[in-house]
Design a protein around this ligand. Structure first.
Ligand SMILES: [Zn+2]
Length: 108
């Protein structure tokens, strides 16, 4: 049996998650980093993400966890739920506030 982390990472790229959660990703995969006060896109999103400004990096689960302030497990559940990866996964964390409301880019 595959675990949820493997399943989610195989099914969703960080780029897909970033776009889904409201980041504008350009043709070449650059987006404004939600983890620091980014005025020009300095985060590269693809399978994983890397920010040239604040050097944040990780995979799609790290990205979601950090964006919403979740544990890795909660982030994996949220991704599975939002992307309909596993219908048996309880949607325990699907009603969280949007990134804007949560304010991950506080200090702007
Ligand atoms: Zn950054």
């Amino acid at each position: 049996m595959k675990n949820l982390f493997t399943t989610v990472k195989a099914a969703v790229t960080t780029r897909q998650a970033a776009e889904y959660y409201g980041l504008k990703v350009s043709q070449n995969g650059m987006a404004c980093c939600p983890f620091h006060d980014d005025r020009h896109p300095s985060m590269k999103v693809d399978e994983r993400y890397y920010c040239f400004g604040c050097h944040e990096t990780g995979d799609v689960i790290d990205f979601t966890a950090k964006l919403f302030g979740l544990t890795a497990w909660e982030a994996a559940e949220k991704l599975a739920c939002d992307f309909h990866i596993d219908p048996n996964t309880p949607c325990s964390v699907s009603c969280l506030p949007s990134p804007e409301a949560a304010g991950p880019a506080a200090g702007r």
